[in-house]
Design a protein around this ligand. Structure first.
Ligand SMILES: [Zn+2]
Length: 344
């Protein structure tokens, strides 16, 4: 039997649907000279090139679709394959179908990867670039506005004694002084320590203006360990140095803030910041950056970074009173372990 040489294969049974009704037409499908011929309860001819071989149907039959939406269901997959093979169109029809699926999947996967990369790398880079480009004047205005807002709602004048304030201020000055000596003064904002009595409990926060606010409650909590308190302030300076708040602001407000930061009208961006700062939760990466900075600054000032680890543990152990500080400074246990591991 000259099957391999035959220009045509035996016609095979199929069911024809007109694409408009659910009526089943029993037909035979043959292929001659690149043209599919349907005979039986329905009759039509169509160039193979215009047919589409679709995915298998629910019960596994192959589907061949005509340009007008009519289609054939073919149960005998083996016979269908040999029919296609015998016509020499197998390569075009089946491969075209598979390639189009492959191409679609590849395109979809490629798009997903591109979006992921954009989200993961390009947006933070853009936000960082914008945050770094925020003019000092905008940062000053931002810090002033935030402090006014927080003074109005959360802070009152400090009740810490003059002697205690002077002692902490001296340690803070020593810290910033040694930072300038080691890291250079370039671009460093003028750091200032402010004391406030707080309605939000023990806390310390750094404003974009370079002001670091220390609440009386946190000062009293760590009053017997000045180095630990200095460590916490160094950590806040780390957030400032790495511009974490500005990056958050820019991320949060996206393009609007970018335009604002670049083109000067800061009022829209300013409005969002007090709320952001109060509801602030820095990322784990930001905390670790600030810790690393603090450990380096402490070492440069002749202090043991272990004091910061201890301060974090004490804040964590204090439970509810330090909820505000801890909620804005997560992952305490991991950070303590990391601070201790970096010690020589
Ligand atoms: Zn922090």
């Amino acid at each position: 039997m000259p099957a391999t040489l035959a220009p045509t294969a035996a016609p095979l049974a199929a069911v024809y649907f007109d694409g408009l009704t659910s009526r089943r037409h029993r037909v035979m499908l043959a292929v001659e000279d690149g043209v599919a011929r349907v005979t039986g309860e329905a009759e039509r001819r169509c160039p193979l090139a215009d047919l589409r071989v679709s995915e298998a149907s629910r019960h596994g039959a192959r589907i061949v679709t005509f340009p007008d939406g009519a289609f054939l269901e073919i149960d005998d997959k083996a016979a269908f394959a040999s029919l296609l093979a015998s016509t020499g169109h197998r390569g075009t029809l089946v491969a075209r179908m598979q390639q189009s699926w492959r191409a679609t999947l590849l395109a979809a996967a490629g798009m997903a990867v591109a979006l992921l990369l954009l989200w993961r790398f390009a947006l933070p880079l853009l936000a960082d670039a914008v945050a770094a480009a925020v003019p000092a004047g905008v940062e000053q205005a931002l810090g002033k506005r935030v402090l006014e807002e927080m003074d109005r709602t959360y802070f009152a004048a400090s009740t810490l004694g003059q002697a205690a304030q002077a002692r902490i201020a001296a340690q803070f000055a020593q810290l910033t002084q040694s930072m300038r000596l080691t890291a250079g003064a370039d671009g460093a904002p003028p750091y200032r320590l402010l004391f406030r009595k707080s309605r939000i409990g023990p806390n310390a926060l750094a404003l974009p203006s370079g002001q670091v606010v220390l609440t009386d409650e946190l000062a009293r909590l760590l009053q017997d360990d000045g180095d630990a308190l200095t460590g916490v302030l160094a950590h806040e300076l780390g957030h400032l140095q790495r511009r974490h708040l500005m990056r958050r602001v820019v991320h949060g407000a996206a393009t609007g803030a970018a335009a604002t930061a670049l083109f000067g009208d800061a009022s829209a961006m300013l409005a969002t910041v007090p709320a952001l700062l109060l509801d602030l939760k820095y990322s784990r990466d930001a905390e670790i950056e600030a810790d690393d900075f603090a450990a380096g600054a402490m070492a440069a000032a002749g202090l043991d970074p272990e004091r910061l680890a201890e301060a974090l543990e004490r804040l964590a152990g204090d439970g509810g009173h330090t909820a505000a500080y801890l909620s804005s400074h997560p992952d305490t246990a991991e950070r303590v372990a990391r601070l201790r591991n970096r010690r020589p």
